[in-house]
Design a protein around this ligand. Structure first.
Ligand code: CTP
Length: 415
């Protein structure tokens, strides 16, 4: 038990990722019962490095106290026209210094006022004065949410360039079920990070593969590998944040799928090949991060293979799977960019260059899975990015999301 824990600690090198470092976020809470959930967003925003400046409408103060919010943010709640106010009027100063305005939860009353420009509380003045991206996460009863007036107000806000976070369907505090719930942190986080990202991949169609494939032996058993899908999922997240339309072809993994990308679930290498080839003609960039099984059983047993008495050995005949990257390269159009991955345990650079050439790739991302923090199922990676001219960029051990950002920077330099 002890040695297992030791391994875990060695492999789970934690590298903090602070994409909101040096960013000022105005976090506005309005009158909705979901405000109790939004309290946790303060900790999450600070965890990503943000400085969080709170605003609470009169409605929000009926549900939770300003003391709780200001204590968690480490800043006083901003107020409108205080007697002892700084001559540099506070809502204007605040609006100018903001990098993002987040309204979560956004009540029906807030949405209606914001859509008409009513300005009777500091939040509405900030909205009119700021030129920072505004992200609004509605939360209300589903009848109120689906009412044509609320929907029309949301349309108005969208037209004005505000990001309206998708409201999921689910159980409501009032006992009913429907849309109008506050979105999860994962979704709100993705919208925040997209809002501050340059849209360098705007409207590009991108195909990413992730995770392992699973090659069945019988109804109970299969051959697979240790890929978790994390690297491919982070690549998908970053591409979506930069404006791409992401198609993610994924083998069996236990991760929550990234928000805002189209998912195609497959199991075997041959299913992955079919899906990838059907998507290929419309794609601008293809990134094969999946760990495709190289061999599959030549024969599938419809019934469970029994152990049998006096049988001490079982041989499973394996045949090669199609090399998906090679098939892509054979069919690819001149302008399409194809990126491969390469997981090795020795001779990393030489093996990677061989694969780059044999599979006719534009780039290959190589990692040595025996190095601490670069193996399977960890949140970090240390990679080489090698291009067609064999020029090598060595990235130190970074979180997989940062590795993804660097990979996309390199891919964008080829566009
Ligand atoms: N790949 C593929 N189809 C396969 C096997 C691999 O498209 N049947 C892709 C992987 O997604 C990866 C790249 O090829 O992008 C390299 O995969 P890797 O497993 O490192 O190498 P292999 O080509 O399988 O060669 P080897 O097993 O000899 O290292």
């Amino acid at each position: 038990m002890e040695s297992n824990n030791k391994n875990l600690n060695n492999n789970q090198t934690s590298i903090s990722y602070k994409p909101l470092k040096d960013k000022n976020i105005i976090f506005a809470l309005t009158g909705s019962i979901a405000v109790f959930k939004a309290i946790d967003f303060i900790r999450k925003l600070k965890g990503l490095g943000a400085e969080v400046f709170p605003i609470m409408t009169k409605g929000a103060r009926k549900f939770i106290t300003p003391l709780t919010v200001s204590a968690l943010c480490g800043h006083k709640i901003k107020e409108f026209f205080l007697e002892d106010q700084d001559p540099d009027i506070s809502h204007i100063k605040l609006s100018k210094e903001a990098d993002i305005v987040l309204v979560a939860p956004a009540s029906a009353n807030f949405i209606a006022k914001a859509a008409t420009g009513i300005c009777d509380e500091i939040l509405y003045a900030v909205l009119l004065a700021t030129r920072a991206p505004v992200i609004i996460a509605p939360a209300m009863n589903s009848f109120m949410f689906t009412h044509p007036i609320t929907q029309a107000n949301l349309e108005t806000l969208k037209r004005l360039g505000y990001t309206i976070v998708e409201s999921p369907v689910g159980d409501m505090a009032c006992g009913s079920k429907g849309p109008g719930r506050l979105a999860s942190w994962e979704i709100i986080k993705e919208e925040i990070l997209k809002s501050i990202c340059e849209q360098t991949l705007q409207d590009k169609n991108i195909l990413i593969t992730a995770g392992p494939t699973r090659e069945p032996i019988d109804p109970i058993r299969f051959i697979s590998n240790r890929s978790s899908g994390k690297m491919g999922f982070e690549l998908a997240r970053v591409a979506r944040r930069r404006g791409a339309k992401v198609h993610l072809v994924v083998g069996p993994v236990s991760l929550e799928p990234p928000y805002g990308v189209k998912i195609y679930k497959i199991e075997t290498a041959s299913q992955m090949l079919d899906t990838v080839l059907s998507l290929l003609p419309k794609m601008d960039i293809i990134v094969m991060a999946a760990a495709v099984a190289d061999f599959t059983p030549s024969f599938y047993n419809e019934k469970k293979i029994k152990k049998g008495q006096n049988v001490n050995k079982l041989t499973i005949d394996l045949v090669k799977t199609p090399d998906i990257l090679l098939e892509i390269s054979k069919r690819k159009k001149e302008e399409q960019i194809v990126v491969g991955f390469c997981a090795e345990t020795e001779d990393l650079k030489d093996n990677a260059v061989k694969k780059l050439k044999n599979k006719r790739l534009d780039l290959i991302i190589a990692n040595d899975v025996t190095r601490a923090g670069s193996g399977f199922d960890v949140d970090t990676n240390e990679v080489l990015i090698i291009d067609k001219n064999e020029s090598i960029l060595h990235l130190p051990l970074l979180s997989k999301i940062e590795v993804s950002e660097k990979i996309w920077d390199k891919i964008e330099s080829l566009l």
